[in-house]
Ligand binder design. Structure first.
Ligand code: FES
Ligand code: FES
Length: 164
């Protein structure tokens, strides 16, 4: 039977660049950036965990600033450049930061790692020589259930050290 009171979904056409790929897509007004990245762009590195801005698993960069993509509407990134963890290096290779996480044994189950990497990347772009306190603060919005924080801090500090 036809619904006598169909709900009209407000949609918007936006143009967005994700990891260098510029596309025009149609999104519902309520679609969050995280869902657009995962469902429309097939960039599934960013994870959904809390969906309320508490865990950082969904962290990406929008025009160079880190955001929780579960809290950003897709329509808000119209015209913006978005970088996800897949954009940190060419396919099949690792960025210096990603390699440092591996070398320091900072990856356990891996669920939090994309968000951690994006927050760390954001820090290093803003401050290439952070001290341990600055690294801790920058990653304080990213939760790791495996609690491998110290190795992550060491990995980020090693990249900063090499850049000196
Ligand atoms: S899923 Fe976005 S902050 Fe937790
Ligand atoms: S490595 Fe498992 S949640 Fe962080």
């Amino acid at each position: 039977m036809t619904d006598p009171h169909p709900i009209e979904v407000d949609t918007h056409r936006i143009e967005v660049t994700v990891n260098g790929e510029r596309r025009t897509v149609v999104v519902a007004a309520y679609t969050v950036l995280l869902d657009m990245l995962r469902d429309t762009f097939d960039r599934t590195g960013s994870k959904e965990c809390c969906a309320v801005g508490e865990c950082g698993a969904c962290t990406v960069m929008v025009d160079g600033l880190t955001v929780n993509s579960c809290l950003v509407l897709a329509v808000e990134v119209d015209g913006a450049e978005v970088t996800t963890v897949e954009g940190l290096a060419e396919p099949g290779s690792l960025s210096t930061l990603q390699q440092a996480f591996l070398d320091h044994g900072a990856v356990q189950c891996g669920f939090c790692i994309p968000g951690m990497l994006m927050s760390a990347q954001g820090l290093l772009e803003e401050n290439p020589s952070p001290d341990v306190g600055e690294v801790r603060e920058a990653l304080s919005g990213n939760l790791c259930r495996c609690a491998g924080y110290n190795r992550m801090f060491e990995a980020v500090l090693s990249v900063a050290e090499d850049a000196r």
